[in-house]
Design a protein around this ligand. Structure first.
Ligand SMILES: [Zn+2]
Length: 91
C-alpha cells in the first residue's frame, strides 16, 4: 500500500467522519432544538439629562430678594447680590 493511497484513504476517512458528524449534529440540533437565545434585553431609554433644579438639597437658604436657593455658607446671593442674613432665625 503506497503512502499516497494511505493519505488519500486517511483524507476520505476524515471527510466521511466530518460529514457524519455534521449530519448527526444537524439531526441532533433539529430534534432537540437549539435553545432560543435570550431575547435581547430592551435597552433602557437613553437617560435624559436631569433638569438642573435648584432646590433645597443640602444646607441652603432661599434668597429673600430673588428666591434663588443659595448655599447657607454664601455671604450674598449670587443671583442678585443681596447679602444673606448670617443669623438664621430658626425657631
Ligand atoms: Zn438673590
Amino acid at each position: 500500500m503506497g503512502l499516497l493511497l494511505k493519505i488519500i484513504l486517511f483524507g476520505v476517512a476524515v471527510w466521511a467522519a466530518w460529514k457524519t458528524f455534521h449530519r448527526w449534529k444537524s439531526l441532533f440540533d433539529r430534534f432537540v432544538g437549539k435553545p432560543d437565545p435570550p431575547p435581547a434585553a430592551p435597552r433602557p431609554p437613553p437617560a435624559e439629562p436631569l433638569p438642573v433644579r435648584r432646590g433645597p438639597v443640602e444646607d441652603t437658604v432661599q434668597c429673600a430678594g430673588c428666591g434663588a436657593y443659595l448655599p447657607a455658607s454664601a455671604e450674598k446671593c449670587s443671583q442678585c447680590g443681596r447679602p444673606q442674613p448670617q443669623g438664621r432665625s430658626s425657631t
